[in-house]
Ligand binder design. Sequence first.
Ligand code: NAD
Length: 492
Amino acid sequence: MHHTVPKLNDPSLLKTNVAYVNGEWVQAKSGKTFEVTDPSSGKPIGVAPEMDAEDTKLAIDAAAAAFPEFRKKTGRERSKLLRRWYDLCVENSEDIARLITWENGKPFADAKGEATYAANFFEWFSEEAPRLYGDTIPASVPGNRVVTIKEPIGVCGLITPWNFPAAMITRKIGPALAAGCTVVAKSPGETPFTALALAELAHRAGVPKGVINIISALKNTAEVGEVLTTSPVVKKVSFTGSTPVGKILMKQSSSTLKKLSFELGGNAPFIVFDDADLDTAVAGAIASKFRSSGQTCVCANRLYIQSGIYDKFAESFAAKVKEFKVGGGYTDGVTHGPLIHDRAIGKVEAHVRDAEKKGGKVLVGGQKMPELGDNFFQPTVISGMTVDMDLASEETFGPVAGLFKFETEEEVVRLANNTEVGLAGYFFSKDIQRVTRVAEALEVGMVGVNTGLISDPAAPFGGVKESGFGREGSKYGVGDYQVTKMITYGGN
Ligand code: NAD
């Protein structure tokens, strides 16, 4: 298939075989590299440093050395830095988007959306930085005065996935810097170049050396993760990724009792009640299920449709999915790109075959698309889902929508909550009482009512149960990077 290689307006944003440590572009001490490929064409884009424990320690040292000065900056000074970084991200958003499409595969329009969304975290947290208030508390002891101040927790280790190569990183670095922390971020092995572009812009914005360090690893990921989670210098780890890896990192972090924020896997229920507006529900399902070809943690994973609206919904939804144009992210008119790699394709295909074997009916799609490349899968809708199917209990992370039929509200809430994870949940209804009841009954961290899109830098993002803890974005986002220090003034 014809695949256009992007021409970057400013090639300096593409940095290959370097990481960013202590304000400098460095290679791995060992000299090792790993290859990064374009998921659309399967062709190499460039190499990134395969860093190890030693490189990680150097980055942690740089962050630790920068911390005492950086924490002394006023909120206003940190705000201005973030604002400059935000402005540069906006000015360069096309180039950032090109890198995102190149290494992640998502269509260019989606990549531009991500570049903007990513930058918006810097804008949001630049506005929070000067307003990090403590409290004055009436003391129980006569004559005493109690105040609290908010202090930056210290050096933070950040680990993020490939599905949002820019936004997952800015959502962590934005609040960390607003709070006065310094960071070591391990970029995703599949998508290291977008992270480096952000570092380049941070450099131009004047972020002091050592405040932001971006390191990379693919084969050595676990080794780097172990150093970040066990180093006594690192005071907090923020991780976005899968639940199994979160469990490993939590265990490792226990040796130094780090503060943790984990945004882990989801298995989002998407419920359409009989009284919903059909077109709104279909549009919501398209947005929530198929964004980034199903590779977002808040993607609808289980679609429950009430029996009275089921047939109409299935027909309209399948017709819309049929209209999708799958292809390379730079091809005009393409609405959906490839999956990230062949392991992702393997999981999607296994889920589809399993559903078919257990009685599911494929309404649209269901096959790989070798004519486009190894990593393409047809957007798929399956009806007649049952709870014994793998698609019902595991996060598919791909372009497959399975439709379950349900009868009652009580039944569907029980089904929706019958999972160990709880990140996002969606439902569609026009009944005001039901809206309140179901929004409160769903065991998730985020609910979309009559909408399939919920991400917003102004809103707290995070999960419950095995989807993790901590919140990113919003006024709560900075708190995860702070400690509350209480000071009692006695004897007045
Ligand atoms: P993953 O857990 O395999 O990898 C995520 C990141 O962790 C990557 O950068 C990877 O290099 C790193 N990693 C893997 N093993 C590690 C280890 N032992 N030590 C340190 N780092 C390690 O997840 P993935 O498959 O790349 O991403 C998809 C998963 O992420 C899905 O489960 C998805 O739901 C989840 N996710 C969650 C959110 C959220 O906000 N809750 C957002 C995006 C993705």
